[in-house]
Design a protein around this ligand. Structure first.
Ligand SMILES: [Ca+2]
Ligand SMILES: [Ca+2]
Length: 95
């Protein structure tokens, strides 16, 4: 119960998940990790904006945001979050 509550807080707090969709190879050409293009897209209005945060190269990984819409994020932001989650899972299973 506590764990579920924690997970919910993480989800709502961060508000996004990486979907495995990226335009790292070619800017604004979005592909899944296996190289295929998505059959449909559900970008939030105004996204993907490839935001550079004023100094970086731009956002190259797509994530889910509220109501299932897509937004492009910094890959580093999303991947660090996923690694965190995987570590938690491994701890729990003792692997
Ligand atoms: Ca991009
Ligand atoms: Ca964006």
């Amino acid at each position: 119960m506590e764990e579920q509550k924690w997970l919910k807080e993480q989800i709502f707090g961060k508000g996004y998940f990486w979907m495995g969709l990226t335009d790292r190879e070619e800017e604004n050409v979005w592909r899944w990790l296996d190289g295929t293009k998505p059959a449909f897209t559900k970008w939030k209005t105004g996204q993907p904006d490839n935001w550079g945060h004023g100094h970086e190269v731009g956002e190259d990984c797509a994530g889910l945001i509220h109501e299932g819409f897509w937004n492009d994020f910094f890959c580093e932001d999303l991947i660090s979050y996923i690694c965190e989650k995987e570590m938690k899972t491994s701890e729990a299973t003792g692997l």
